[in-house]
Design a binder for this molecule. Sequence first.
Ligand SMILES: [Mg+2]
Length: 94
Amino acid sequence: MSVNSSSLDKTEITIQTFQDFIQQEREYQDRKWGKQNHPDEKWLAIFVEEVGEMSKAILEKNDVELFEEIVQAAAVLQAWVTSRLFDFSTGEDG
Ligand SMILES: [Mg+2]
């Protein structure tokens, strides 16, 4: 378990709380893996794995696990988007 959410009770998660958990998870992932640079296909595979774990948590009706997997997925997206440069001249908006 990479995010300590055991103190959470049935409660609303604020944006700030969510961001704090994502930051904790980012720091954990950075300690575990170091700075990651992957091709987009690899990042997508990592993200989809987290989505699969979210699906499992939903099927098991496990809110703690679901929250943790959502945080992990968000942290993966953050790592992905900040690991590469985007060329916004290549496409049209929308
Ligand atoms: Mg996971």
